[in-house]
Structure formats: C-alpha cells, structure tokens
Design a protein around this ligand. Structure first.
Ligand SMILES: *[C@@H]1O[C@H](CO)[C@@H](O)[C@H](O)[C@H]1NC(C)=O
Ligand SMILES: *[C@@H]1O[C@H](CO)[C@@H](O)[C@H](O)[C@H]1NC(C)=O
Ligand SMILES: *[C@@H]1O[C@H](CO)[C@@H](O)[C@H](O)[C@H]1NC(C)=O
Ligand SMILES: *[C@@H]1O[C@H](CO)[C@@H](O)[C@H](O)[C@H]1NC(C)=O
Ligand SMILES: *[C@@H]1O[C@H](CO)[C@@H](O)[C@H](O)[C@H]1NC(C)=O
Length: 490
C-alpha cells in the first residue's frame, strides 16, 4: 500500500507528465494499458521542446524480477535495464520511499547504496535492515508507472556476534525517551536522563558540547529533564547529560535529536542570460528528511534531456543544504520565462519561482562625479548577454516632472556594460535619477533611484569658475561620497 504522501507525489508526477504518451509496459503489470506501437507521432513534429530522438519508442524495463538472499556484509546488485527512457524519470524506491530519482539521491546511505550508470542498484555491506520485498525500479510515466520489483533477504551473519554490553558508566544513566529522538517541527520535546547513582548526582546538560546554562528562554531545564517548545531545525543535534558525582569520569549519556522540518529554498529570483549561451538556474534546498526536488517551466514538469537540459545536485559542504542545478545548454528565446523549483518531504512542500530572462540586468549606480563644465556625471553598471540598444535616464527634482536623457550606447566588455550620463545645469535641491537599459529582449528593471543634491557645497561653489582647477582630492571625494554628487545651478 502506498502511503498517501507518496500517492500524492506520484499523482502529481504523472499529472505533470501529461505530454508523455501512454506506452507499452512490461508484461507483469499494466495489462490494461496496452497501447501498441501505433504511430501517433503528431505531437513529435510540432512540439520541439520535448520529443527528440527515440521518443517514438515506448520506454521499457528489460530486466526481470529477482529474489535475492545474501549474508550480512555481502554486496548485492539489483538490475534494472531500461530502454527509451530519455524523456522519462527512472526512480528506485525501497518500501515506497525514494532511494534515487534519476541520479539524484534520496537516501543518506548513498555511499553504501549506489545507483550505477546502467541503472542497477548496488548495496554494499548489506545489513539485515536492507531486507525488503519491495525494491522497486520505476519508470515514471503517465498514467501508470512501469515497475520492476525485486526482493532482498539479508541473513544475519552468524560469525558477527554482537558485542556484549560494556560495563562502563554509560549503563548507569537511562535516557528518556530514547537515544535517538525524531520529532517534527513545531512539536514540544522533553528529554531526560535518569540514574540510580546515590547520592543523586546533579545532571548537567550539553547541547552540541555547549553547556546549557538555563538562560536560554527556549530551553526549559527541570532537574533531570530538558524541554524545548516548538522545535525547529536549529534544535537538531547531540544532547548530552552528565551525572556530576564528583568523580573524574562522571557518567554520561547522549540523545541524538533530529528535527524533521519542511523544506526551505534559497534562490536568486532573476537569472540573466542570453541566446545561444548556457543558463544555470539554482535552488538551494535544506530539509529533513531529505526533499524530493522537481523543476517546472510554465507549470510543466521538466525532465532531463541529453544535450539540452541537465539537472543535477550537489551536497554543499558543512551544511545540510543541497544545491539543485538546472542547466539549459543552448538557451533560446523560448527558454526564457518563469521556472519553479519545488521541494517536497514528509512534512510539507515549498515552491519558489525564478525568472530566466534575456533582458539586461537591473543597473546599479557605480559612481557620481562632479565636473566643472559638464555638471554631474552619473555612472551605472549592468550586465547584458545581448548588445544594448538603448539607455534611458530619468531624473527629477523632488516630485516634479521627470526629465529624460538618452545616454550614448558604448560597447561593453563581454557582458559588462558601463553607462555614463551627464546631467548639466541643475538648480539647488534634492534630485533622483533612474536608469533602464534595453536589448533585443526588452527593457531591464529600473535601477534603484539614486538620490543626490543639486547644490554645490559652499566651498566648491567658490571654485566653480576655475575651469581647469580640480578640487583637492580627498575632500572632494568625501563630499561626493556624502552627497553622492553636487551641482552648479542655472
Ligand atoms: C564496507 O565495510 C567495510 C568494513 O567494515 C568498510 O571498510 C567499507 O568502507 C564498507 N564499504 C562501504 C561502501 O560502505
Ligand atoms: C551494470 O553495471 C555493473 C557494473 O559495471 C555490472 O556488474 C552489471 O552487470 C550491469 N548490469 C546490467 C544489467 O547491464
Ligand atoms: C507545546 O506546549 C505548549 C505550552 O505548554 C502547548 O500549548 C502546546 O499545545 C504544545 N504543543 C504540542 C504540539 O504538544
Ligand atoms: C528556532 O526557534 C528559536 C526559538 O525557539 C528561534 O530563536 C530561532 O530563530 C528559530 N530558528 C529558525 C531557523 O526558525
Ligand atoms: C545536519 O543535520 C544533522 C541531523 O539533522 C545534524 O546533526 C547536523 O548538525 C546538521 N549539520 C549542519 C552543519 O547543520
């Protein structure tokens, strides 16, 4: 039986794979869904984004179901040879939990349980816990997945006797509720360490080796117990209790707390790119249990396509974050638009949108320079992967009418562009200026308004007629920094 969450996920997966055709399946399943090799390739010709190469051939699993029995410590290979799956996701599941989604891992044991390039699943150093009647290799397609189920039984290795309990101080403390506590975010937890030591020692608590001093309002210390209300992911860690009995080797115990929490996603909201180049969209996910991450474009699920769309992820060092990367190898205008990154785990899901665009980046002010003859020169910096065709500067005093200047378009250095705009003859007052840039894909966002004063500071005003004499460096720079820029008035 599929748990409701997995069912929901699968329903979702299938729903968004609507463009994939029903296809022939392996003989042990899906007998009712038996569309034979008809040549309904009407969507193949006009739908240029999806069906390339072998799309006409139905995906298939060639490997046969196996029942494998091994001893603990052995290596197991569960085969799943597939064909015509370029446009489909192939996943490995154990007891309906994802192990692999294509090459993306959903098991923390991914050093020991490995998906080979030929899609076989290898389990090294098998343990009794690896036993299951439900190792499923699954081609996720609409309306029914194509599945192959293997069975694995791992026998306890008789030579490997369990070590007798150590008679150390450890046994003297009993932890409550257990040595490993898994809790969902938002719940309260109470951890305890109980002991028979006489006289009753003082119990000291450490979280990740830091002593709990009782000053943290979120952590309630009560004798041998510690309570945390409404846990979140920051409360995961090793909680240790120490029975302070005055000896050199006080008894100690530890409780490993794991907080399950809804995925969190960090993104760059806008990604700038251009025609013919490679675009990279990233989505940094943190979650426990590990999240299943999917990409959507215009609400249609994206799948890996050799030579055009790559999806992969990297575990980020020293954090529990995973960087999910969507690479579009040869970006074209139709690739621009809204992308969504969706992360799902047992606690919930989160979706964030990222816009991939060809327009120039939002310009950023990079300098303001006062000249004696040309008024103020404002400089902006921006990026564009296509040639700039036009700039527009708007400036105004207070909230009066906007004035418009169209600065000259100069060649950039690669994709880096600098814009210079001189604004002459300003009356005293407070001004703001905005720049936007256009290329073949349209206008950029407006720059943040840059505000500046139209007044000359008093002792610069004295020099305003000496055309060739520059004001002394540091003082001028200081003033410019403070005021951004200053002006001669009409
Ligand atoms: C298998 O176990 C051996 C011995 O315990 C260890 O050296 C080896 O690294 C393990 N291999 C994997 C893939 O976990
Ligand atoms: C997959 O690759 C592994 C290692 O290269 C090999 O042992 C196994 O036989 C291959 N399986 C199939 C079905 O080709
Ligand atoms: C956590 O404790 C608070 C205050 O004691 C209580 O109101 C709340 O219902 C508890 N929450 C859960 C999930 O038990
Ligand atoms: C976790 O909860 C504590 C309060 O109990 C709060 O100070 C902290 O900001 C929370 N952290 C996150 C990541 O939500
Ligand atoms: C990652 O998560 C585990 C368990 O959830 C926790 O013990 C560990 O401290 C976390 N690591 C970091 C760097 O946050």
């Amino acid at each position: 039986m599929l748990p409701p969450r997995i069912l929901g996920l699968l329903v979702l997966l299938f729903a968004v794979q609507g463009l994939c055709k029903p296809t022939k399946s392996t003989e042990d399943l899906n007998y009712e869904d038996d569309t034979p090799f008809d040549d309904d390739n009407e969507e193949d010709e006009d739908e240029e984004t999806d069906n390339v190469g072998t799309a006409e051939m139905p995906p298939q699993i060639l490997s046969r179901a196996m029942s494998v029995r091994v001893k603990a410590g052995d290596t197991v290979i569960l085969p799943c040879q597939v064909v015509h799956t370029d446009n489909y996701v192939v996943a490995w599941l154990k007891d309906d939990k994802y192990l692999y989604f294509e090459s993306q891992t959903y098991t923390e044991d991914d050093k020991r349980i490995v998906r080979l390039p030929n899609n076989s699943l290898v389990i090294y150093n098998a343990t009794v816990e690896d036993s299951s009647n439900n190792y499923k290799c699954s081609i996720l397609q609409n309306p029914h997945s194509i599945d192959l189920t293997h069975r694995l039984l791992v026998d306890e290795n008789p030579r490997q006797e369990s070590t007798p309990p150590q008679h150390s101080h450890k046994g003297i403390i009993r932890v409550r509720p257990s040595k490993k506590v898994e809790v969902n975010q938002g719940h309260n937890i109470t951890l305890g360490c109980e002991t028979d030591i006489q006289p009753p020692p003082e119990i000291k608590w450490f979280i990740e080796n830091k002593k709990v001093d009782g000053y943290d309002p979120d952590i309630i210390l009560d004798g041998n117990y510690i309570t945390i209300k409404k846990v979140n992911e920051s409360h995961s860690g090793l909680y240790q209790c120490l029975a302070e009995d005055g000896s050199n080797t006080p008894a100690m115990e530890a409780i490993n707390v794991v907080v399950n929490y809804k995925p969190k996603i960090e993104i760059d909201r806008i990604v700038y790119s251009g025609a013919g180049i490679e675009s990279e969209i990233t989505c940094i996910v943190s979650a426990h249990p590990v999240a299943l991450v999917m990409w959507y474009k215009d609400d249609k699920k994206l799948t890996q396509k050799k030579g055009s769309i790559l999806m992969y992820h990297r575990i980020m060092p020293n954090s529990n974050k995973t960087k999910h990367i969507l690479k579009i190898l040869h970006t074209s205008a139709r690739d621009f638009g809204e992308y969504k990154c969706r992360a799902d785990n047992t606690i919930g899901h989160v979706i964030r949108s990222i816009t991939l665009t060809g327009v120039p980046s939002q310009p950023k002010i990079s300098g303001a320079e006062m000249t004696d003859d040309a008024g103020i020169i404002l400089k902006w910096h921006l990026e564009s992967y296509s040639p700039i065709s036009e700039y527009k500067v708007q400036y105004r005093k207070g909230d009066l009418k906007w004035n418009i200047i169209e600065p000259e378009v100069k060649d950039g250095k690669g994709n880096q562009f600098t814009v210079e705009c001189s604004i002459p003859k300003l009356r005293p007052g407070s001004y703001e200026a905005i720049l936007k840039a256009r290329n073949e894909f349209g206008w950029s966002l407006d720059s943040e308004p840059h505000t500046f004063s139209g007044d000359y500071p008093p002792d610069l005003a004295l020099k305003k007629n000496s055309a060739t004499v520059r004001s002394p460096g540091t003082f001028l720079v200081l003033l410019l920094v403070v005021l951004s820029c200053a002006f001669t008035s009409l």
